[in-house]
Design a protein around this ligand. Structure first.
Ligand code: ADP
Length: 406
């Protein structure tokens, strides 16, 4: 099978048609390529922007084979392809990037925790859960509160439960989840000062590149804002965190993008939360804020091209997610965008062409600058406005307009 497109450039297939695939498709265009996407619907964010679309489920082996036909590499915009489906594809020689043996550490939190603990890396105390008594025993040994997690299938905080000592419903919750077939682990609640993320890319050749470590702010279990680089993180501490991420990637033989989500417990001291092996929300700032975006880098890595420079292009970059409002504003997104650009000409807006269901990630805004507070304020005001059609600081477009009331 010839693994090139009509114009002689390689074809990369991506499983999943969400915003990560959509932004990877944009990067593919710049490299003279077309991203081939496997999406569940032709209305998915990436399905709307690629002419090379396979519609099907990510756990359908036949759809995956169709996606892979003629691809130089097959990669992922989510962790949702089960190992049982991936294994025969890998055996058939389909170039999965990352390989299933690496990807499992981003799919299964228990496998990941166990492996990282074996490597001697800092992780919270944890245990597998096969009965409500396991949770109580863990709390008694390690202290409360504890965090119960679905080992597989959770995202954006769905599949994470904080449990207190003697919580009346704890046993029932654990029993119900186990009955429903949800595999569980329990771990210590980490007393953290903030959350960090370290993104790297690694190629099959073994070349690796790390971006500056960033600070992530989670609201209701999902990412709301990213600040790059992480304010106040010393150069030594940042280098140690980057080394940790590079070591994990090397040890697990990761190919493509990998993000390590971390908890900072004291200045420069970190505990690993989880791994993602794909472009990640904490790296969206790289589109405008770094010499090479995570999306371009992911393509370069899975195609075994030399990797791009990861230096930031401004002292500070802040990305704020646009989350669907509790109630869809009466003002259209088109009009909101007009107002947003009128107030913040430097705000870079990415909209994913998704319906605005409450708290759903429908876009993001990135602002570059030199003062953390000022850049955060602009990015958050712009993102909040796009979500709700309300300026959180009460600003009015017409307050200073000399034509007003005339
Ligand atoms: P998901 O895979 O759904 O993103 P995570 O495991 O990343 O779930 O958890 C979501 C959020 O819950 C984290 O970003 C963090 O804010 C909080 N959290 C998760 N695990 C712990 C923990 N052990 N201690 C404290 N907070 C935690």
């Amino acid at each position: 099978m010839e693994r090139v497109s009509k114009n002689g450039m390689p074809v990369v297939g991506m499983v999943g048609g969400g915003q990560l695939a959509r932004m990877t498709a944009q990067a593919a265009v710049a490299l003279g390529q077309t991203l081939r996407v496997l999406a569940v619907s032709k209305d998915d964010p990436a399905a709307r922007v690629t002419p090379d679309l396979v519609v099907g489920d990510p756990d359908d082996g036949a759809a995956l084979r169709e996606l892979a036909t003629g691809c130089s590499a097959v990669t992922f915009d989510h962790e949702g392809v089960p190992q049982e489906v991936l294994a025969p594809l890998a055996e058939a020689g389909i170039p999965l990037r990352p390989a299933p043996s690496a990807l499992v550490h981003a799919q299964d939190k228990l496998v990941m925790r166990t492996r990282l603990a074996e490597m001697g890396l800092p992780v919270p105390a944890f245990a597998a859960v096969s009965s409500p008594a396991d949770v109580t025993a863990f709390g008694a040994e390690h202290g409360w509160p504890v965090v119960l997690k679905a080992t597989r299938g959770g995202y954006d905080g769905r599949g994470v439960w904080f449990l207190r000592a003697g919580g009346a419903d704890t046993d029932a919750l654990v029993a119900d989840l186990l009955d429903a077939g949800t595999p569980l682990l329990v771990e210590s609640a980490v007393p953290m000062t903030r959350e960090l993320a370290a993104s790297i890319a690694r190629s099959p050749f073994g070349q690796a590149a790390a971006w500056p470590v960033v600070e992530t702010l989670q609201v209701d279990g999902q990412c709301a804002r990213v600040t790059a680089p992480a304010p106040g993180l010393s150069g030594d501490a940042a280098a140690r965190v980057q080394e940790l991420a590079l070591r994990i990637a090397e040890e697990l033989d990761v190919v493509g993008l990998m993000t390590v989500e971390l908890f900072e417990t004291a200045p420069g001291e970190v505990v690993v939360n989880e791994l993602a092996m794909r472009p990640h929300n904490s790296g969206h700032w790289t589109i405008e804020g770094s010499v090479t975006s995570q999306f371009e880098q992911h393509l370069r890595a899975v195609l075994d091209y030399p990797l791009g420079a990861t230096a930031p292009v401004a002292p500070v970059a802040v990305m704020a997610n646009v989350l669907g409002a509790a109630e869809e504003p009466a003002m259209s997104m088109d009009e909101r965008l007009h107002h947003c650009f009128a107030r913040f000409p430097d705000a870079k807006v990415h909209l994913y062409a998704k319906d605005g269901r409450p708290a759903r990630k429908i876009g993001h805004v990135t602002v570059l600058g030199s003062s953390v507070d000022a850049v955060r304020e602009r990015a958050e005001l712009a993102a909040g406005w796009l979500a709700t059609a309300t300026w959180a600081d009460g600003w009015s477009a017409h307050a200073d307009d000399p034509r007003k009331d005339s």
